[in-house]
Design a protein around this ligand. Structure first.
Ligand code: HEM
Ligand SMILES: CC(C)=CCC/C(C)=C/CC/C(C)=C/COP(=O)(O)OP(=O)(O)O
Length: 309
């Protein structure tokens, strides 16, 4: 019979012959996703600030949000290890390959979560800490453990967690929720379904094999392609609201129309051209689109400063 210490030692030791590497820990945090999220948070901070962005919000706020999001992503790896081991796209992740053990992942997620939320509570403000905690729970528990396995609308509802960062950036500066902050949240919220469903179409076989009820698995590929197009039209309309409400100027409007027009054309081809090529292109472009749209908001706001006016 093993002692508790031996069992614990076995749970946190790497699988024989497989060395855990710092890259495995980095992979747990879904770094590229978190980078884009933090970028949207930083844009939220700039738009919330009438003058200079407060230094503490910018540095501690961004780091705290990044650590909390990384913690949520690590918990997603932990909860999804069975699914991840089945899908070709995810089977090389640190848990399915045995590079890391569940207890190591749990300890790492707890560390990131406590440090990130602690930083926000201590140096930013309680509202930002509470909303960030809600996003962490929303993604790691509500989306991953429940919605993802329960309903094809999983990412529509669960998308609220991923859409939170611009709102979190805003509250980090002002300490309160504002209609403009909710508008930034709405843009990412409406962007999420076409972002993800394009990938789900391209990786349909993976989701079927893992028995995850993603929209194309339950309602078929054709229906999902139309849903992607529908949300893209809605996104184009919603993306004009920052201009209509004077949060963005003409430069932003041009970017919203240009990027939105391109995304719309691509997703029209989504319903006219069969095969996985357009869905994969649409998924990749969704990332360029969101980055470009938020970059345009930032440049538009900072233009007078950049031009020295
Ligand atoms: C519930 C909402 C979301 C779902 C279900 C979702 C789903 C996914 C999936 C499955 C991938 C592929 C990951 C991989 O192959 O490793 C991905 C990639 C990505 N997502 Fe999302 N996403 C969501 C929200 C977001 C948000 C809010 C952002 C940023 C603001 C974002 C940014 C990205 C980026 C940058 C990538 C590319 C990552 C890479 O190349 O490694 N996603 N997303
Ligand atoms: C605190 C805060 C801002 C939290 C947000 C957390 C966060 C990192 C959200 C990311 C959304 C995402 C990549 C979902 C995919 O999960 P999936 O399980 O469907 O995809 P997978 O199959 O690639 O794991």
């Amino acid at each position: 019979m093993k002692s508790r210490a031996e069992s614990l030692q076995q749970a946190i030791a790497p699988v024989a012959g497989v060395q855990a590497h710092w890259r495995d820990y980095l992979a747990l945090t879904k770094p590229r996703v978190v980078v884009l999220m933090v970028f949207t948070a930083i844009v939220g901070m700039f738009l919330a600030s009438p003058g200079q962005v407060p230094w503490v919000a910018l540095t501690v706020g961004s780091l705290g949000i990044a650590l909390a999001a990384g913690s949520a992503a690590a918990l997603n790896h932990l909860a999804d290890q069975r699914i991840d081991a089945i899908m070709a796209r995810t089977r090389n992740r640190p848990l399915p390959t045995g590079h890391l053990r569940p207890l190591q992942v749990l300890a790492f997620a707890a560390l990131l979560g406590v440090v990130g939320l602690g930083m926000l509570a201590a140096w930013v403000n309680p509202l930002t800490a509470v909303l960030t905690f809600a996003s962490l729970i929303g993604y790691a528990l509500v989306y991953t453990l429940y919605l993802k396995r329960a309903t094809p609308q999983n990412i529509v509802i669960g998308g609220a967690a991923g859409a939170a960062p611009p709102l979190l950036g805003w509250t980090a500066v002002t300490g309160s929720v504002d209609a403009h902050a909710l508008l930034l949240f709405l843009i990412v919220f409406v962007w999420t379904p076409p972002h993800f469903w394009a990938l789900a179409i391209a990786r349909l076989k993976d989701y079927e094999r893992a028995d995850v009820p993603m929209l194309p698995v339950v309602y078929g590929e054709r229906f999902t392609r139309w849903q992607v197009l529908l949300y893209t039209v809605l996104l184009l309309a919603v993306s004009l609201l920052p201009w209509a409400t004077f949060m963005g100027g003409w430069l932003y409007l041009a970017a919203a129309i240009g990027l939105g027009g391109w995304y719309l054309m691509l997703n029209i081809r989504m319903v006219t051209a069969p095969g996985p090529r357009i869905p994969m292109r649409s998924f990749r472009f969704s990332i360029i689109y969101l980055f470009g749209l938020f970059a345009a908001l930032l440049v538009d706001r900072q233009l007078p400063v950049l031009l020295g006016a």
